[in-house]
Write a protein that binds this ligand. Structure first.
Ligand code: FAD
Length: 389
């Protein structure tokens, strides 16, 4: 390391890190050498992915290209995935996103920031639902899901399909409504849709009023509701906890996510769930030179749901604290909001809006969500010159 130069390593280009990159584009200290390790040349915005499935957006409209951001910020981009962290040696082993390369030596850091999101761990899935990694269309990584979705639409244009969505949380519901809309408007008539709830309430994280609205929307679209769990998948079938078999052409798996397995053995303090335990500064509770935000982290002081809204909100305080840590200045606490605005899209330009116990729905709620999502994208798709202003 050159004298006085410190190495900041950013893992993942998640919601909080695109803001960190934009801040670095505005002002990167000359004595801070920054590397970004992330597998894709773009960051897919999950909030718009159901709109892509529904046919409202192109795939490119849901992506933030990273090249303009890293160029403007003077950041080195390494295209790959971390495979672990050695928090004692301050090094990150990684693997290239493409074919294996001989020179993938561990990346050193003085400061580390992690925003790699949560995962659907294939090994755990195959234990709980044998056959899942082979036969399900899994929503994470979201980039792979988005790449495979057009194949489903090609099938739907040739024959009616039976589509099952496993998971009745916000992601599963939005994808179900979006798929139903796309297949009904662009596919052969006669396709059928089933929601497998896992035995849990539909939209279980939402207040009862929102749940009722979701159930109404499911009935309007003639979606079959199975309050049953998925215990395995085969080609063309979902095995259910009741012992029944659900025949289907496509099974979309959108159940709750896991912490990345590569965090085990990192030496970082982890929550019981395996996520990185952070304090009010988004700083590891065990290693002050490590910061984390988004779905990969868990706040030790104020646990909050894992969602894109919280990951976005953590961006500005994370950027501030990384630079403060570099300059040896005091860190600022981040206070995540108690309630966030939730806009659940229901397919054909309709959404249910909720904030705490309050809820309403309509076409205007969908247009509101569309405006917020496009506004978020526009902020990080600006030209490098605009970013520096
Ligand atoms: C279909 C769907 C719709 C959703 N809609 C909403 C919504 O409307 N509102 C909402 O609040 N939440 C929504 N969510 C949840 C939201 O997607 C997540 O909470 C959010 O993406 C978390 O952001 P993040 O920054 O933690 O990580 P991510 O957005 O997942 O970003 C992670 C980044 O890290 C990279 N990465 C991954 N692994 C590695 C690795 N090993 N090494 C290096 N880089 C890596 C990825 O390529 C990516 O760039 C939705 C989820 C889904 C699946």
């Amino acid at each position: 390391m050159q004298h006085g130069i410190r190495k900041l390593l950013l893992l993942g280009a998640g919601h909080a890190h695109v803001h960190v990159l934009a801040e670095l584009a505005r002002h990167r200290p000359a004595d801070l050498d920054v590397t970004l390790l992330t597998p894709f040349a773009y960051q897919t915005y999950s909030g718009m992915t159901p709109g892509f499935v529904a046919g409202h957006y192109t795939e490119a409209e849901c992506q933030i290209p990273l090249e303009p951001l890293v160029l403007a910020a003077g950041v080195r981009w390494v295209q790959g995935r971390c495979t672990g962290i050695d928090a004692t040696a301050r090094r990150v082993p990684w693997a290239p996103a493409g074919p294996p390369a001989a020179n993938a030596t561990a990346l050193p850091y003085d400061l580390l920031s992690i925003d790699t999101g949560a995962v659907l761990d294939r090994r755990r899935l195959d234990v709980d639902m044998p056959g899942a990694s082979t036969h399900a269309l899994i929503v994470r990584p979201i980039e792979s899901f988005a790449q495979r979705w057009p194949q489903v639409m090609d099938m739907a244009r040739n024959r009616p399909l039976s589509i099952a969505v496993i998971g009745a949380g916000a992601a599963g519901l939005e994808l179900l409504f979006a798929a139903e809309h796309a297949v009904r408007t662009q596919g052969m008539p006669g396709s059928r849709f089933t929601l497998v709830t896992g035995g849990a309430d539909v939209a279980g994280n939402y207040p009862p009023g929102v749940q009722q609205r979701v159930l109404h929307q499911l009935r309007r679209r003639d979606v079959t509701l199975l309050r049953d769990s998925c215990t395995g998948l085969q080609a063309g079938a979902v095995q259910l906890g009741s012992g029944a078999t659900l025949a289907c052409d496509v099974a979309i798996l959108a159940i709750g996510t896991h912490a990345p397995p590569w965090l085990q053995g990192s030496g970082l303090a982890l929550a019981d769930t395996g996520h990185i335990l952070v304090n009010a500064h988004q700083q590891s509770t065990s290693h002050p030179e490590v910061f984390a935000a988004g779905d990969v982290a868990s706040r030790a002081d104020t646990p909050h749901p894992k969602s894109g809204v919280y990951a976005v909100r953590a961006g500005p305080p994370l950027a501030h604290n990384l630079l403060a840590a570099h300059h040896g200045k005091p860190l600022k606490p981040h206070h995540p909001p108690r309630h966030t605005l939730n806009l659940l899209s229901c397919g054909p330009g309709h959404a249910i809006a909720s904030w705490g116990p309050l809820h309403v729905e309509g076409g205007w709620a969908w247009r509101w969500k569309d405006r917020i999502d496009r506004g978020f994208m526009a902020r990080y798709r600006a030209s490098p010159a605009a970013m520096r202003r």
